[in-house]
Every structure is written in C-alpha cells, then in structure tokens.
Write a protein that binds this ligand. Structure first.
Ligand SMILES: [Zn+2]
Length: 365
C-alpha cells in the first residue's frame, strides 16, 4: 500500500452484507466481515448460480482471509483472493449509472459462482461487459458464469484462450475445477480501447496493451478519473512475477507504461492491493533476472543451476518462488537475442519447474 492507499482510506468493504440486488452501491460502505460472506448461504441476487458458500474444502486450507470485494473508489471494487498463489487471482468490478463491468473471473466453478453472487450484491445488474486481462485460466475460466456479458480482451488473449482450452486443469488434477466451459473473448482490440460505463454520469475505462509482458496478450485496465489501475498479472504483490509466456524486457517496459499513468491505487493480478510501490518491487525482481541470465550465459551455467544457487535470493519471501526457473529460461532466451514474446516450450518448462520443485507447486484454487 502506498501512503493513504485506497484500502486504508476506504476500509475493507463487505461484499456480502445481505443487501438485495438493487441496493445502492454506496451502501456497501457498511463493511461486514468476510465471514458474513461465507455464511450468507444462497445468493438472493443470483438465484441462477446457486450457493456462494460452496467454494470447496480448499478454501479452508488457503492461508489468509476468504476472497472479498473492497471498494477502492466510488463504484470501483477490487476482488482479492488470498493468498494470491497459483490460480488465486484478483478481479475487479466497476459500477456506474445502473451498469457494471467485470474485470477478470476466477479459476473454478465454485469460486466463479461466489464471485458472481458477491458482484451482484454490489452491482444493480449483471455485468454487460467482462474484460479478460489475459488468457490464463484463473482469470478466464469463470467467463461462462457471466452469460449476460460480452467478453473483451486483446486479440492474442482470444487466440490463446482458444488454444489453451482447459489445459491448466491438467496441471492440478486434484483441484475441484467444477464443470467448466471455455468462453473466449468475442470483442478484441490491438493497441487500446475505451469503454464507457454508466452513460453521461459514468466514467471511462481505458484498456491498454503494453506489448508482450506476462503473456503476449495482456490488457491493463486504467481508470483515469479514479487513478486506479487493474494490472492483471503484469504486477504481482508479495507474489513472484511470472513472465515465461511473455517477456522480461517487455515486463519492464510494461512497468514503465504503468508508472507513466500515475495511478494511486494498483490492483495487481495476484496478492494485496497497493500503490505504485508495487511496481518498484516487481522491477527489482525482473532486473535481477536479467543480471542472472547475463552472468549465467557468461559462465556457461544453465538456468537450473542458478535457480538453485543463488536461487530467489532477496525474493525468497515471495509466494511461488519456483517460478524463478522458467523465468530464467525467458531471460536467457532474451539475453541470446530472442524477441519479446518469442515462443518457448512452455509445457517442457513447467515440467522442469515441477521436477526442480520436487513436485507440483501448491495450488489452492
Ligand atoms: Zn496469469
């Protein structure tokens, strides 16, 4: 969090305070505990999606509090799923003038039902637009539970959603994914696009593509009037960055783009909401990756060696440190001259990461 950051200024907002679907968004200022969300039972505002408290036993073992919405500015809500590790991503909801826009969904059917139920307590109607910040399943698998929404994303994200399908579920077969159906984005853009929510009294929602970074089809959602940015996985908060499917140098460039926006509140793709300091932390990690790759190439040491020694070093306290190994492969490729976003053998790199880690990393989705 930055000084006076949005969470501190506004406080955590209970997203499940028992209000009906037509309740004014402002009423959400009356914060309720996340436990209330858990015990709310069936969602009166989302009878078509079933109970919201069936997120599965995995919820009980996830470190930290249950997922919840927090109001960051008038009509701007961040949805944070602790602890932000593998497949526990963040989302967002924008509400103005009787309309709403959802930013990303979540990984499992149960989690997506919960997201929908909680969103419908904040929004006067189901979202008509849904922005996917990138193709990864944690951000997109829940699309199918928002059938009223037109799904918007970068053109590459649509291609990758279709190509990847439900592949992610195979990496963690023990997760209760539910009965998922892939819904690809149906509106795509290349460079930038502006959505307008809430008519004359609403606000603009700018979608920016920063180039290859976390993936090759990332979208930044920027709210210039509120100075809030939803970064997708371009920014991780207390969580290891992950750029094997995109670019190290491109991720650094994306951080510059984000910095130039002048956001006061940064909603990362995973981990707690903060301020611009989140960009600095990720930049430090990425620059170290580049230094390690340069040194590794000079000394002839493979990525697997450096992932062990020196290992994550000052970033050992971040979640999911095992990402260092695939990240190093991307850094090596770029140090050898590969352009940002050039294809790598991602399944092989996941396999190597798993072997190096001594098994599949923990996924609490
Ligand atoms: Zn991602």
């Amino acid at each position: 969090m930055g000084e006076g950051g949005a969470l501190g200024a506004r406080g955590a907002v209970g997203a499940a305070d028992g209000r009906g679907p037509a309740g004014p968004v402002g009423a959400a200022e009356s914060a309720e505990s996340a436990d209330a969300a858990e015990s709310a039972g069936t969602a009166d505002s989302a009878e078509d999606v079933g109970p919201v408290d069936d997120a599965g036993p995995a919820d009980a073992v996830v470190p930290g509090a249950p997922a919840r919405f927090t109001e960051l500015a008038d009509g701007v809500f961040g949805y944070v799923q602790p602890d932000g590790g593998w497949c526990l991503n963040n989302a967002g909801l924008l509400v103005a003038g009787g309309e709403s826009v959802l930013i990303d969904t979540v990984a499992t059917e149960a989690r997506a039902r919960r997201l929908r139920a909680l969103a419908l307590r904040l929004a006067p109607a189901a979202p008509r637009l849904l922005v996917n910040t990138h193709f990864h399943g944690d951000h997109t698998f829940g699309n199918f539970l928002f059938p009223e929404a037109t799904v918007v994303a970068h053109a590459h994200a649509r291609e990758d959603v279709l190509r990847a399908g439900l592949h992610l579920t195979g990496l963690w077969p023990e997760v209760r994914w539910g009965d998922l159906r892939v819904v690809p984005p149906s509106v795509t853009y290349r460079d930038r696009m502006t959505l307008h929510i809430g008519g004359a009294d609403g606000f603009p929602v700018e979608l920016l593509h920063p180039g290859p970074a976390h993936t090759t089809g990332d979208t930044v959602v920027w709210l210039p009037e509120q100075r809030v940015v939803f970064t997708g996985d371009l920014v991780m908060s207390r969580v290891t960055p992950f750029c094997v499917m995109g670019s190290v140098s491109g991720s650094l460039k994306a951080l510059e783009t984000l910095r130039a926006l002048g956001a006061e509140t940064v909603v990362p793709g995973h981990g707690p909401v903060g301020g611009p300091e989140l960009l600095d932390a990720d930049e430090g990690y990425l620059r170290r990756l580049q230094r390690l790759a340069t040194a590794g190439l000079a000394t002839g040491l493979p990525p697997a060696h450096l992932a062990h020694d020196p290992g994550p070093g000052p970033y050992a306290d971040l979640l999911d440190t095992e990402r260092l190994l695939p990240n190093l492969h991307r850094a090596y490729a770029e140090a050898r001259g590969a352009p940002p976003g050039a294809p790598l053998d991602i399944p092989a790199l996941f396999h190597e990461m798993t072997e190096h880690h001594g098994g599949a990393p923990a996924c609490y989705a």
